[in-house]
Design a protein around this ligand. Structure first.
Ligand code: SF4
Length: 180
């Protein structure tokens, strides 16, 4: 896969960056816990884990796209050192964002203005996550819990399928359809 430079990533709109990540993210084959500090994880353990996660990201073909999206998404926190994304710790992301405030603001504004479909996709993903977290509850006259669970699973499957169709179309348009 062609590796994009940081300059190229900065010029791209969100759908292209996201499609690149969907197609080439190395972490899809990794333990997601590698990138996040566990509750109560001692600093020394986290430092070693963080270094390993950063090394892992630096072998990822879409690292620059991932870093750019992390910056646009506002990832990182200057008070809590607990994550790695795009080959950067949360602290590093905050520091880089502060150096590029104006550029990132313009990029986010352009993303929002140019991408109605992205807004729909985000809304669908939010809906899916909300549904997946919802506990089906019983009330008087309602069907048995197992039936409620079955109905919820059906709804989740339908939402996920809808999301997959939109994502596949986006990937195809942005030229990442083969790997995606
Ligand atoms: S740079 Fe790291 S976090 Fe981003 S897609 Fe690649 S492996 Fe995953």
């Amino acid at each position: 896969m062609h590796r994009m430079t940081s300059t190229q990533a900065r010029r791209m709109r969100r759908p292209v960056l996201q499609a690149a990540i969907d197609a080439g993210a190395r972490c899809t084959k990794a333990d997601p816990d590698l990138f996040f500090r566990a509750d109560g994880e001692p600093p020394a353990t986290w430092q070693a884990q963080r270094a390993e996660a950063i090394r892992f990201c630096h072998g990822c073909p879409v690292r620059t796209a991932c870093e750019e999206l992390a910056l646009r998404d506002g990832d990182g926190n200057n008070r809590v050192d607990d994550m790695v994304r795009g080959g950067r710790s949360g602290y590093e992301l905050v520091a880089r964002r502060e150096l590029q405030t104006q550029r990132l603001k313009a990029a986010v504004t352009a993303d929002e203005a140019s991408d109605e479909e992205w807004k729909k996709l985000t809304a669908a993903a939010v809906k899916l996550n909300r549904e997946a977290r919802r506990m089906p509850t019983r009330s008087g006259g309602m069907p048995h819990q197992a039936e409620l669970q079955r109905q919820q699973n059906q709804k989740i499957t339908k939402l996920a399928a809808k999301l997959a169709v939109v994502r596949a179309a986006r990937r195809a348009r942005t030229g990442w359809e083969v790997a995606a």
